[in-house]
Design a protein around this ligand. Structure first.
Ligand SMILES: NC(=O)c1ccc[n+]([C@@H]2O[C@H](COP(=O)([O-])OP(=O)(O)OC[C@H]3O[C@@H](n4cnc5c(N)ncnc54)[C@H](OP(=O)(O)O)[C@@H]3O)[C@@H](O)[C@H]2O)c1
Length: 325
């Protein structure tokens, strides 16, 4: 089949492209950068250089293809861009996708969404996925759409590399160690914690981008009919279990992940100069995880877990943690 992959050679799109080519499909990868062309072609795919916002470019690229994998880029790299509006930027991309799907006549779409996309109430940052699904659902009924709703990517946990290091040092490190590991733990040299506005026994639905790619490539070869939703997860772990696995990998087997207040988390991020709307979104999303609301629809449609485990990813986490140590 002729398949369009958006998201360039990103975390999901690269393994997806590799898998689709291996299965004998003709793949066109969309990248915004001309210098990516060589790498894309070296994988055996065609490169289409242009942006997700460019309706004419997208229409031309989609025309004649059987399936398009659609994702919206843009979040993390704009964390410190104070004028960035994530929902607005996402709406612009998805609206361009919608127009290009209609104009090109492509009939099968696989869309990258997220857990939490089932509602626009209290989901914070992931509200954008609810908005995106809503726009694509306006496409004519003869366009079949598979909405992929993965959990949190393993790589999100990398934010803890800096947190653990910062909360290990100096007076703050000593205070945190005494608070969470006791005086005895402190004297034994236990240092560092992971933190968010959820923690302890709160659940994490985690996923490897490679597993997402495998599920997407599997779905592309199955029949398409109407609109469907599939959740994707590699692990269901409490924050304590996550801390234990990552702690073991970085030589801190005692590592804990306690929850801090919404206010404390927000203030910390704002002080670092992060985009105010994103901070609000991150805090609200964490609060939804803490209340169990983020995953309520996931548990109603629980998938078979994919094969990559956090223990596998922990090696990568440890490499990052040990950089510049
Ligand atoms: N993090 C999570 O826990 C989580 C959970 C659920 C869903 N998601 C969703 O997952 C997605 C991220 O997926 P990913 O990690 O595979 O992506 P990624 O690695 O960030 O790759 C996205 C790629 O898109 C390309 N790109 C950026 N702007 C573009 C533009 N304007 N036009 C064309 N291409 C552009 C870039 O490559 P070039 O430089 O080559 O153009 C970029 O590397 C987001 O939509 C996010 O909301 C994330």
């Amino acid at each position: 089949m002729k398949i369009i992959v958006t998201g360039s050679l990103g975390n999901i799109s690269k393994p997806l492209t590799k898998e689709l080519i291996k299965k004998g499909h003709t793949v066109t990868v969309i990248s915004s950068k001309a210098e990516r062309k060589k790498e894309i072609e070296a994988m055996g795919a065609k490169a289409a250089i242009g942006t997700m916002q460019d309706i004419d470019f997208l229409t031309k690229t989609f025309t004649g293809a059987d399936i398009a994998y659609l994702m919206e880029a843009g979040g993390p790299e704009n964390m410190f861009n104070k004028s960035y509006d994530l929902n607005k930027a996402t709406t612009e991309i998805v609206t361009a996708y919608k127009k290009a799907v209609e104009a090109s006549g492509i009939k099968k779409v696989v869309h990258l969404s997220s857990v939490g996309a089932h509602t626009d109430k209290g989901m914070g940052l992931v509200e954008l996925h609810h908005i995106a699904e809503g726009i694509l659902k306006q496409l004519p009924n003869d366009v079949s759409i598979k909405f992929m709703r993965p959990g949190g990517f393993f790589y999100n946990l990398l934010v803890n590399v800096e947190i653990i290091k910062t909360l290990s040092k100096g007076l703050l490190g000593a205070i945190m160690a005494i608070r969470y590991y006791g005086v005895r733990g402190f004297l034994q040299g236990k240092r560092g914690v992971m933190v968010a506005n959820y923690g302890g026994d709160n659940m994490n639905i985690l996923v490897s981008p490679d597993d997402i790619a495998s599920v997407i490539s599997e779905e592309m070869e199955k029949p398409f009919e109407g609109r469907s939703v599939r959740y994707i997860a590699s692990e269901e772990l409490t924050c304590n279990e996550v801390a234990e696995i990552l702690g073991e990998a970085i030589g801190k087997p005692y590592l804990k992940w306690p929850a801090i207040s919404n206010k404390m988390l927000a203030n910390t991020m704002l002080k670092r100069g992060m985009n105010e709307k994103m901070v609000k979104g991150i805090v609200e999303m964490g609060a939804a995880a803490r209340a169990g609301k983020l995953y309520e629809d996931y548990y109603q449609h629980r998938p078979v877990l994919s094969h990559t485990k956090l223990k596998d990813y922990a090696k990568e986490f440890a490499l990052e943690f040990n950089k510049n140590n």
